[in-house]
Ligand binder design. Structure first.
Ligand SMILES: Nc1ncnc2c1ncn2[C@@H]1O[C@H](COP(=O)(O)OP(=O)(O)OP(=O)(O)O)[C@@H](O)[C@H]1O
Ligand SMILES: [Mg+2]
Length: 221
């Protein structure tokens, strides 16, 4: 059964594009037919894709298109042609985000563990509620992204408690930590799961990305 996965938030720089490319790569490496829809004119996903195509032709193929404005009809059509359609939108309330949300199977919202970021969630919940009028089966998840790895900082637990109050967004167990390897991979056209290094941070990044995919797509962790 094909799925449209929309990755969206009303905050910029929270890891949407990073999540889109890493999830796409996990699925492509599992043998699935994946399409990335880049609906952000900033084009981070398209740039990553072009880099991948040029420098890593041996890696599993992922299709990629750019599409702006109303996305609903296009996404319905694309869902018939790919197993997974993964949509990356800009970091604010946009026509692209709203039109994708009325046809998506899953909405995934990364959020940083800071109050300013969490403050954008109530409005996101409002938009999810409106989308559910048309799209009753929409599943909506939120996860902590670019989280501080210093154990002395207890922002993660505080943020988790606050997020639990938003009934429209289900908080995932997986936390994606702040690791340089994500930035490097984005620049290199690769995903963290495609690296072969033995550094702790690389192994941890792989584990958290695989856990994220399991939790989002199969409800398991
Ligand atoms: N887990 C992470 N650890 C470290 N750096 C990260 C992580 N996730 C993303 N980044 C880096 O943070 C920056 C913002 O990430 P990204 O572009 O994925 O966010 P975004 O939400 O798509 O931003 P925008 O709203 O501008 O589209 C990038 O430089 C990216 O490489
Ligand atoms: Mg982005």
């Amino acid at each position: 059964m094909s799925k449209i996965l929309l990755i969206a938030s009303q905050k910029g720089g929270v890891g949407k594009s990073t999540t889109a490319i890493n999830i796409s790569s996990v699925l492509a490496n599992q043998g699935h037919d994946v399409l990335l829809v880049d609906s952000d004119r900033q084009a981070s996903v398209s740039e990553w894709w072009a880099e991948r195509k040029l420098h890593h032709p041996d890696k599993p193929k992922i299709a990629c298109i750019q599409k702006y404005g109303e996305l609903d009809d296009t996404l319905i059509d694309l869902r018939n042609r790919y197993e997974y359609v993964i949509v990356d939108v800009t970091g604010r309330d946009s026509e692209e985000m709203r039109s994708a949300m009325v046809v998506a199977d899953i909405l995934l919202t990364p959020v940083k563990a800071s109050q300013v970021d969490i403050n954008t969630l109530p409005n996101m919940c409002k938009i999810i509620k409106q989308s559910r009028v048309f799209n009753k089966r929409l599943l909506s998840y939120v996860f902590l992204s670019i989280a501080p790895s210093n154990p002395k900082i207890n922002e993660i637990e505080q943020a988790k408690r606050t997020i639990l109050d938003f009934s429209e967004l289900q908080l995932l167990k997986t936390v994606v930590f702040d690791r340089k390897i994500y930035r490097d991979c984005m620049a290199d056209g690769l995903a963290v799961t495609e690296l072969n290094g033995r550094a702790d941070s690389e192994i941890s990044a792989k584990k958290e990305m695989l856990a994220l995919v399991e939790e989002v797509l199969h409800g398991q962790i």
